[in-house]
Design a binder for this molecule. Structure first.
Ligand code: NAD
Length: 269
């Protein structure tokens, strides 16, 4: 169902790898709601071919950019400004990666070069996108920016490893830049903290299925799907949420407010 919530708006969507990606669901819903989008992903991901197929489905330009690289981000904004003929109304940061998690290095034993990579890809890339977008005049007044996080930024989920630190940094960047861009441009920045979701990034975490099942049983509404997450993000991109900023908003079926789920205690599922 379309409500025309983003009619006439323009935005950048990062991180749509395949149809399971949260970013793909957001891009699809944004187009349904009347927006025009530019999509971007890392050059290595583009070689897999799927991001291009997704962009073609929407008739959206796909601009390769490694979002840890300042020169790639500059090019992304330059091409986007040229394509739209002006700045963007919304931006989705939907990328993350930890070489330590991929290689199943436990948190006390992480490799420090990998750690820097985790923080750069998963958090500092957001700072770079905000700073360069601001410097290039690519962020429209009154726009809305969203990045994705996970509750391991606040609570301990041992298998989430150094991604927990990256998400804590990401959430801080959203608050800090939320102040500066709010004052300067009336741009709002929010974090959506999402349930475990069966995507490529999600299922790369050791014991994902167990975490997924546990969260599903803990949450009175069950785990939130990628499609529901996209609906929530569309609402945040729309003018209906124009006074919400600098928040970490839990989109998790109620998980973050739970203490005990009786069915887990009884083992009855
Ligand atoms: N899946 C979950 O359980 C879950 C839960 C909460 C939050 N999140 C967050 O949601 C976001 C989207 O992840 P997803 O679950 O849709 O998985 P996904 O694997 O579909 O998307 C991750 C994307 O990051 C991109 N990426 C990685 N390194 C990059 C780089 N250097 N430059 C540009 N792009 C790069 C990948 O190509 C991919 O498209 C991430 O921030 C993730 O941490 C996921």
């Amino acid at each position: 169902m379309s409500y025309g919530l983003l009619r006439g708006k323009k935005g950048i969507i990062t991180g749509a790898l395949d149809e399971r990606s949260i970013a793909w669901q957001v891009a699809r819903r944004a187009a349904e709601e009347g927006a025009s989008v530019v999509m971007t992903n890392a050059p290595v991901a583009l070689r897999l071919g799927q991001p291009r197929q997704l962009a073609e489905k929407l008739g959206a330009p796909l601009i390769p950019a490694d979002l840890t690289q300042v020169s790639d981000i500059e090019k992304l904004y330059e091409e986007t400004l040229k394509h739209f003929g002006g700045p963007v109304d919304f931006l989705l940061h939907s990328i993350g990666m930890s070489p330590n998690v991929r290689k199943e290095k436990a948190y006390p034993d992480i490799d420090y070069d990998f750690y820097i990579k985790t923080l750069d890809v998963s958090a500092i890339s957001f700072h770079k996108m905000l700073k360069i977008g601001r410097d290039k005049g690519a962020l429209a007044k009154g726009g809305s920016i969203v990045a994705l996080s996970y509750i391991a930024a606040q609570r301990v989920f041992p298998a989430y490893g150094d991604m927990s630190d990256a998400k804590a940094l990401l959430e801080s960047i959203a608050r800090m830049f939320g102040y500066f861009l709010g004052k300067e441009l009336g741009v709002r920045i929010n974090i959506v903290s999402q349930s475990p979701t069966p995507t490529t990034a999600g299922t790369g975490i050791r014991g994902f299925q167990t975490m997924y099942d546990y969260a599903d049983q803990m949450s009175p509404l069950g785990n939130a799907s990628a499609e529901a997450c996209a609906d929530f993000i569309i609402a945040l991109f729309s003018d209906l949420t124009r006074s919400v900023t600098m928040q970490t908003l839990y989109h998790d079926g109620g998980f973050s407010m739970m203490g005990i789920a009786p069915q887990l205690l009884s083992g009855n599922g």
